[in-house]
Design a protein around this ligand. Structure first.
Ligand code: FES
Length: 106
């Protein structure tokens, strides 16, 4: 399992033990992370699964992909660490990952 922490806009932390091979969004939904609504079911089409990756993890995860960019732009989210969690595949190297969820998803 891969330990991942979500920090909500109000500072509340949720720690989950994520499963490798599933997306970060799928793991969040399965573990009841309320801020990850994921209305489109992981198709990079709704922007309600956005996370803000903590600075030290950005080199590990990389930036938003071409698939993510249009939706992120449409959301108006300009955080430098913004990603769509449905497009991040959990892997063992992500153990200890910390992401924040935007206030608009709280
Ligand atoms: S679940 Fe809709 S964009 Fe990620």
């Amino acid at each position: 399992m891969v330990g991942i922490t979500f920090i909500a806009a109000d500072g509340g932390e949720t720690h989950i033990e994520a499963t490798s091979g599933l997306s970060l969004m799928e793991n969040a939904v399965a573990n009841g992370v309320d801020a990850i609504e994921a209305i489109c079911g992981g198709n990079a089409y709704c922007g309600t699964c956005r996370v803000h990756v903590e600075p030290k993890w950005r080199p590990v995860l990389g930036g938003a992909t071409e698939i993510e960019e249009p939706m992120i732009e449409a959301s108006g989210d300009t955080d430098p660490g913004v990603r769509l969690s449905c497009q991040i595949v959990v892997r063992t190297e992500l153990d200890g990952l910390v992401v924040r969820t935007p206030e608009s998803q709280s």
